[in-house]
Design a protein around this ligand. Sequence first.
Ligand code: ADE
Ligand code: ZN
Length: 336
Amino acid sequence: MERFVRGLPKSELHIHIEGTLEARMMFDLARRNGVALPYGSIDEVEAAYAFTDLQSFLDIYYEAAAVLRTEADFADLMSAYLARAVADGVRHADIFFDPQTHTERGIDMGTVIRGFVSAQRDAAPDITSTLILCFLRHLPAEAAVEALEAARPYLEHVQGVGLDSGEKGNPPELFAEPYRMAVAAGLIPVAHAGEEGPAGYIRSALDVLGARRIDHGVRAGDDPELVDRLVRERVPLTICPLSNQRLQVFPDLRMHPLKRFMDAGVLVTVNSDDPAYFGGYVGDNYLAIADALGLTRTDMVRLARNSIEATFLPDDRKATLQDEITAYVASYPASP
Ligand code: ADE
Ligand code: ZN
């Protein structure tokens, strides 16, 4: 199964580039940039990654991002992720970034985006990728508008707009205006909803923000009518099993609703969220959820096909990638 999953062509649709900052790179960049870290060793860093909920993770994740300062740092971060993704069979990735985390520290928006784009260009055509600019929902909507304005000169490099950070108490409807502006600027709207927050946040992400994909969305399981709607409207969910486990959303992966969603006909995909913090990249996420829920090779293929369908790629590229999956599966002996 492991070899099959790693080679299976797929896309990754829920990955925060800042969440790919491995402890090793954190130390290297801290030294390169003269940034003090609150950890003395990699062991100490890993000991700190015992998360009790989303906020306990975010506190550490935002602090670590302070080591990223120059265009070369952002390029190195992106290159390292794309190389790991290629090794996991990822052919296309839609990549979140949190510009406010950097601009609030005085880093120029152009430094951030130029660094990412140079690494994305270098990695193509082995892997194609797009950027999704995320608004931080723990900050006010006015700050989101400022982030969009700062990014305006670079929007040719940005495909989508997203919403992340602490969910509880920060419902999607607070961001109606920055989303309206982002969509008017040509960005495709997606949003984190129903990770720790209630199913109602998924509804408002769809109805108020016009989200075309829901990131996480696992709380949809609390609302059968909403699940019916996701099926009917073919709204993809970008699910991140190891994240859900490590942030105590589903501490026991055997309780995870992914298989129930698949059986109901929801367009679910498997992704890694913040792999440097949650113990695995996208292939590890496929394997962990397969192990917990007894998924078969056929299920793995369904998830990979869903991951292509749920991209915003043109139809001809989607068809090419689906054909790659067909050829890959045909090259394997029958499922056990
Ligand atoms: N930012 C990075 N990872 C996140 C997650 N899982 N939920 C919300 N915001 C995030
Ligand atoms: Zn996320």
